[in-house]
Design a protein around this ligand. Structure first.
Ligand SMILES: O=c1ccn([C@@H]2O[C@H](COP(=O)(O)O)[C@@H](O)[C@H]2O)c(=O)[nH]1
Length: 328
């Protein structure tokens, strides 16, 4: 986690921009501008719509990354939006991660992996990269591996327990990277499972929190936080504050700010006494700021629309930074 915390200190900004493009979040003229290029490059006409959207996503993402680099320390590309487009989308996912890394951003891949140990070991190669002929065991890639993903951290679902997590912890140690485990998620149905009572009087999410502290215990870095972070939703300010006490060595990824209703005041308690210990995500609030700016016109050129995306994303990222700084 040290590299992330250093990047937060450099930018004086504990926020991360989520790269969650959808067709509705990319100006229509930008998508349309790639029609000719894509028509000439695909093997079959059926591939064209997804391929066109994928190229548009990449152009859009590069615009957002250029706008926020230097203001934020990190980006969080959400893989679901790219997987929805098939192979062209996956290509654009890796290209986006590579471009963000080239701009000096910490890349947090929101992939929410969760499976049995042997499969988790294969998934964990997203952190270590791959060597031809290497087994799927975590850490088998190591030095000299080809790293097609260009990510610094992944999100992981703990529902399968320790053997689904250990390969990611091993891979993170091998590759000097991190993972963030879902503990108290921001979504409306999160309490169905996470708030269930256990026999000892604690809640399910509290038990997961204790496991996360334990999973990271031998990976504490120079800043006092482990490589195993926790996802704690901005929509749960009270539990978030209690988790900060309960998990002194665990860095938090806090989604739910902005579009889901979370505020700077809500996330304040998720930071430690030094104003560290957490990074707050906003996706739609930043990348969709052009739509709510009142400055968009349907008859704009694609170039002008991208310029608006750049300006509004930069303004929104700056406003979020200042909003968080005001409470820390
Ligand atoms: O508890 C969670 C875990 C992950 N997310 C992800 O964060 C972003 C939030 O997007 P917004 O547009 O800022 O609402 C998205 O990728 C989610 O999958 C989360 O929201 N809550």
């Amino acid at each position: 986690m040290d590299r992330l915390i250093d990047a937060i200190e450099r930018t004086q900004n504990p926020s991360v921009v989520g790269l969650d493009p959808t067709e509705a979040l990319v100006p229509a003229q930008v998508v349309a501008s790639f029609a000719d290029e894509v028509r000439d490059s695909v093997d079959t006409p059926e591939e064209a719509p997804a391929a066109q959207l994928a190229v548009a996503f990449y152009e859009f993402n590069r615009t957002i990354i250029d706008a926020v680099a230097g203001i934020v320390p990190a980006v969080k590309p959400q893989i679901a939006m790219y997987e929805a487009l098939g192979p062209a989308g996956i290509d654009v996912y890796t290209m986006t991660c590579e471009y963000a890394a080239e701009q000096g951003l910490y890349v947090l891949a929101d992939v929410k992996r969760g499976d049995i140990g042997s499969t988790a070991a294969a998934y964990a190669h997203m952190l270590t990269g791959v060597n031809a002929g290497a087994s799927a065991e975590a850490g088998s890639a190591g030095a000299g591996a080809h790293d097609p993903w260009h990510v610094d951290a992944v999100t992981v679902n703990p529902y399968l327990g320790t053997d689904g997590i250990t390969p990611f912890v091993d891979a993170a140690k091998t590759a000097d990277k991190d993972l963030f485990v879902l503990v108290r998620t921001s979504n409306p149905s999160s309490s169905e499972l996470q708030m269930l009572d256990l026999a000892d009087g604690s809640k399910v999410y509290e038990h997961v929190a204790d496991l996360v502290e334990r999973w990271g215990a031998d990976t504490i870095g120079e800043h006092g936080y482990s490589r195993v972070g926790a996802v704690v939703g901005a929509t749960h300010p009270q539990e978030g504050r209690a988790l900060r006490e309960r998990m002194p060595r665990t860095f938090f990824l806090v989604p739910g700010y902005g579009a889901q209703g979370g505020t700077a005041a809500d996330v304040r308690g998720m930071f430690d006494a030094n104003g560290s210990g957490a990074i707050v995500n906003s996706s739609r609030g930043i990348i969709g700021a052009w739509r709510t700016s009142g400055r968009y016109r349907k008859d704009m050129s694609a170039d002008d629309a991208l310029a608006l995306v750049f300006d509004t994303a930069r303004e929104a990222a700056t406003a979020m930074r200042d909003d968080l700084r005001a409470v820390l």
